[in-house]
Design a protein around this ligand. Sequence first.
Ligand SMILES: [Zn+2]
Length: 109
Amino acid sequence: MLLLNCPYCNLSCEETEFLAGGQAHIKRQSIDSSDQEFESYLFARKNPKGVHIERWQHLYGCGKWFHVARSTVTLEIFGSYSAQTLSPPKKIRANINKKLPEWHWENSK
Ligand SMILES: [Zn+2]
């Protein structure tokens, strides 16, 4: 069972309080995008063995969406932050790099 922290309420709750929303930081495509780019935007998702940045909604709390950085191997949570943030904050990146020095942030397409 995951124990997630909502960055808005600052409450730590079990994952059953939340709704998983899949991969975070997916860049929207413009109307001028090719069919292949638009198909990738709609359907292609990362499924890494390691650090994954995910969207979660505090469904039975404040209702707001936020992002969580966690390991898909150990289920360790590295931190959570506002969904309006365009990349993981430095503090969360540092938490990840303490455990996984080779990990680096790359923006999702
Ligand atoms: Zn909340």
